[in-house]
Design a protein around this ligand. Structure first.
Ligand SMILES: [Zn+2]
Length: 237
């Protein structure tokens, strides 16, 4: 009884200090957590400093993420890729050169994807056909893009807009507001604000019962729980 009262006072104190986003009413009242899953995905790495910073934050919170790596950047930073996999994160394909998709022929896109896929396999021992196109809008992809055979293009449910100059708090609040169970969140590797936003976002979403898992796991989870037969964030070749 005393322990329970102490726990409540402590939670109330944290609530006063951090504001309502840190603790949900459910956790404040001691109700059992609802388990929900979310996939944080990071485009454009791996970079020695920026990626390690993200990795440290994810590790601190016991969260796993997925990194869409650019082949030629990964080739220069193989130890960063290996360290991500060792830390329980997933590696996916973000083309070899990160060139403008609108100017790329289908043949050169296939070459870029294959080159990156083989490099990822060599570095991690894992073969993945999951990819995300660089710098293209969802509208362009849906209207004009054909996914190469065997590959699966991963879009997103929530775009964090972390590369559009939002502050860490704005990024965190935007994602927090939009995130639902099973969502894929698009973030970027190499933006200072992304790392700071994660430090706000992860504890806040966790207090609402979210756990942070890899893309492959979230895809299985979505298949199981989606009401429609077509996954809106997934385009298959
Ligand atoms: Zn990109």
């Amino acid at each position: 009884m005393i322990q329970k009262a102490f726990k409540r006072s402590l939670l109330f104190l944290i609530f006063l200090i951090t504001g309502p986003s840190f603790i949900s009413p459910a956790s404040f009242l001691g109700e059992p957590f609802l388990r929900r899953k979310i996939a944080l995905t990071f485009d454009d790495g791996p970079r020695p400093l920026a990626t390690r910073r993200l990795q440290q934050i994810l590790k601190r919170f016991g969260a796993r993420g997925t990194f869409f790596v650019v082949g030629q950047v990964a080739a220069s930073n193989p130890e960063v890729v290996r360290s991500l996999v060792k830390g329980g994160h997933e590696i996916a394909n973000h083309t070899w050169s990160h060139s403008d998709l609108k100017k790329m022929s289908p043949a050169s896109l296939s070459d870029e994807l294959e080159g990156t896929r083989l490099l990822i396999e060599e570095l991690t021992g894992r073969n993945s056909y999951l990819f995300r196109t660089p710098g293209s809008t969802e509208k362009f992809i849906r209207l004009h893009f054909t996914v190469p055979p065997k590959y699966t293009l991963i879009l997103w449910d929530v775009h964090s807009l972390d590369h559009e100059g939002l502050s860490p708090l704005e990024i965190a609040q935007r994602v927090e507001l939009m995130a639902k169970d099973g969502d894929i969140i698009l973030m970027h590797n190499g933006k200072q604000n992304t790392a700071q936003a994660l430090e706000i976002l992860i504890p806040s979403l966790r207090s609402r019962g979210f756990e942070f898992t890899t893309l492959s796991e979230i895809l299985q989870y979505r298949q199981k729980h989606l009401t429609s037969a077509i996954d809106p964030a997934v385009l298959r070749g």
